[in-house]
Design a protein around this ligand. Structure first.
Ligand code: THU
Length: 126
C-alpha cells in the first residue's frame, strides 16, 4: 500500500468521524507490517473525557484483531492547519511501533511524513 492510498483511506475514515461537540473531524488509517490496514475516526461523547481520538481508534481496532506491528499511520484533519497527534496517541503508537512513520494530511494539501521517534523521542516505558 502506498502512502497515497493510506492517506485516501484516512480521508474516507474522516467522513465517519463522530464529532458533534468540537466539529473537528479526524480520520486515521494504519498500515500493519503484514500489509493489513485498519481505519479509525474520532468518536466524541457528551462526557467530553470519554472521547477517543482517530489514531487510537485505529490502533485499538488493530490490536484487538491481533495486529501489533505497524509501519505507518496516515492522519487527516481539517482544522485549517496541520494537526499533530496528541500526546496520548503518540504514547500508544510508541507502545507498539517505535519506528512508525506518521503521515499528516490536512485539507487536501500534500502530506508530510515524520518518524514517530521525532514526535515522541522519550516515550514512557516500563
Ligand atoms: N483528536 C483526534 O482525533 N486526534 C488527535 O490526535 C487530537 C484530537 C480529536 C479528539 C476530539 O474529538 C477532537 O479532535 C478535538 O479535540
Amino acid at each position: 500500500m502506498t502512502d497515497k492510498e493510506l492517506v485516501a483511506r484516512s480521508v474516507e475514515a474522516q467522513a465517519r468521524a463522530y464529532a458533534p461537540y468540537s466539529g473537528f473531524k479526524v480520520g486515521a488509517a494504519l498500515l500493519c507490517q503484514s500489509g493489513d490496514t485498519f481505519t479509525g475516526c474520532n468518536i466524541e461523547n457528551a462526557a467530553y473525557g470519554s472521547t477517543n481520538c482517530a489514531e487510537r481508534t485505529a490502533i485499538f481496532k488493530a490490536v484487538s484483531e491481533g495486529f501489533t506491528e505497524f509501519s505507518a499511520i496516515a492522519i487527516t484533519s481539517s482544522g485549517g492547519k496541520l494537526t499533530f497527534p496528541c500526546g496520548s496517541c503518540l504514547q500508544v503508537m510508541a507502545e507498539f511501533s517505535p519506528s512508525l512513520r506518521v503521515i499528516l494530511c490536512e485539507d487536501g494539501k500534500p502530506p508530510v511524513c515524520h518518524p514517530l521517534k521525532e514526535l515522541m523521542p522519550y516515550a514512557f516505558r516500563l
